[in-house]
Ligand binder design. Structure first.
Ligand SMILES: *Cc1c(COP(=O)(O)O)cnc(C)c1O
Length: 455
């Protein structure tokens, strides 16, 4: 299985090449050159299922040991007491908890898989890699925990100093591994992103070896999220359950699309977004418009230009790279595109969407406790609210993407009491922290990363 780009790149990239590149050479995103025909073997436990899936998508170019190691790590992050973490809430309604990994949020699933695969790909080429990433919290924590101790990767994470939650900070800074550098920038998240963008474009850094990012456009991250759709659908016992996905960059929802595309027992996919609803407007109104993101309770979904939307457009347009390129070129240049009626209808046939506001998010948190005895996080509440709005006449599985204790302020307000703090979080307090403080200055950031990459 080889990989092509959504904007016309048609070279023969293997999985390893797509993983290390991140972005395709055409400026688009990597997708499989063709989809495997349905008939995929769904039997076996989660580890076996994941291994088979990885092999199906050409990950075996990295060797059977790498496939096995990646499947094992993602299995360990997924299971709850050795079982698929699916809870039935009501008739036709289930919740899948994706936060039993090291940072108690679903990004662990992708990162735990990506780390051993990246190491294996670098080993094959006898290369090392510097990964740089900006984070508002969850992504950085999951990356630090996954890549700590990695043999060939040095990871630099930029977070806005004093502006991530204490739990998110501790999950990053209490890791003592030599190959991880946590940088607190005197600025906001956008400043961190601007620094990372500058670093990725810097020629002098490229001369020192490979440099890349762990953002959600990477195909390797996406693949780690496909197996749980298959496992959850099987565990529910339902025929083609719909999945309601709390959506930011649309990586998780697109993984669900992949699960269905390869013949999984998956019904409709529904993307639930917060007040940052560019995706909902594109699908339901045919206008894709970039606006300034505003802060919501479901902060990891505060995204106004969802990166993986491009993969959906490519597929919905019948894998038309010219259409895809034209659409995203216009969007990048002007910040707004009107979709053709045909494309909009095709998108809607693949994925439905709805918006959940802040008040509805709080209501869903209260309802989940009252009706089902569940304490849920704001992201999960967005998907639950959307699922209840759709109605319970068809089986639905709601994805739960983080532990409520990661977002104590909003949850406490909605519930009237504080969510119980799990041992994994409690244990972080009082541990020594490793953090480098940095002025909001690109030159200083470049010096810092160069020194770290060479060390
Ligand atoms: C990242 C994140 C999401 C959104 O996932 P996407 O793949 O970006 O759509 C939802 N919930 C939580 C807790 C997250 O960290």
């Amino acid at each position: 299985m080889n990989y092509v780009g959504t904007r016309g790149f048609a070279g023969d990239k293997t999985f390893a090449g797509a993983l290390l590149d991140g972005l395709a050479p055409d400026g688009g995103l990597y997708v499989p050159a063709e989809w495997p025909t349905p008939g995929f073997d769904l039997s076996g436990d989660y580890g076996t299922l994941t291994q088979n899936l990885l092999t199906l998508f050409g990950v075996d170019v990295l060797g059977a040991d790498a496939v096995k190691a990646a499947a094992e790590r993602t299995r360990a992050a997924f299971l709850r007491d050795g079982e698929v973490p699916l809870t039935q809430l009501a008739d036709n309604l289930w919740m899948l908890e994706l936060w039993h990994g090291p940072t108690l949020a679903f990004k662990d699933m992708a990162m735990q898989m990506m780390a051993p695969l990246t190491d294996a790909a670098l080993k094959q080429r006898n290369e090392t890699l510097t990964l740089v990433t900006a984070t508002s919290g969850d992504t950085g924590a999951a990356a630090v925990r996954a890549f700590a101790g990695s043999e060939r990767v040095r990871l630099v994470v930029f977070h806005p100093l004093g502006r991530v939650s204490p739990v998110q900070r501790l999950q990053m800074t209490t890791v003592q591994a030599d190959n991880v550098l946590n940088v607190g920038v005197e600025g906001d998240f956008d400043d961190c992103q601007a620094i990372v963008k500058a670093l990725l474009g810097d020629q002098s850094l490229k001369q020192n070896g490979l440099i890349s990012s762990v953002n959600s456009i990477n195909w390797g991250r996406l693949l780690g999220q496909v197996p749980y759709y298959l496992a959850a659908a099987a565990a529910s016992g339902a025929d083609k359950p719909d999945f309601v996905v709390p959506t930011g960059n649309f990586g998780d929802a697109f993984a669900g699309w992949v699960a269905r595309r390869i013949g999984g027992n998956v019904g409709k996919l529904h993307a639930a977004v917060n007040q940052n609803d560019a995706l909902n407007q594109a699908i339901n109104e045919g206008r894709y418009i970039r606006r300034q993101a505003v802060e919501s309770a479901s902060v990891s979904m505060d995204v106004q230009a969802p990166s993986n939307f491009e993969r959906l457009v490519y597929e919905a347009s019948g894998r038309n790279a010219a259409t895809t390129k034209a659409l995203f070129d216009t969007f990048n240049a002007t910040g707004a595109v009107t979709l053709s009626p045909e494309l909009q209808a095709a998108l809607k046939a693949e994925v439905t969407a709805s918006t959940v506001n802040e008040a509805q998010t709080a209501e869903a948190i209260a309802h989940a406790y009252k009706a089902y005895g569940q304490v849920i996080c704001p992201h999960t509440a967005v998907s639950l609210s959307a699922a209840l709005e759709r109605g319970l006449d068809h089986p639905q599985i709601v994805l739960s993407t983080a532990h409520a204790a990661k977002f104590p302020d909003f949850v406490t307000k909605a519930l009237g009491f504080a969510p119980k703090v799990p041992d994994a979080i409690q244990a972080l307090y009082g541990q020594p922290e490793k953090i480098t403080e940095l002025k909001n200055d690109r030159v200083a950031a470049l010096d810092l990363v160069k020194g770290f990459a060479a060390a």
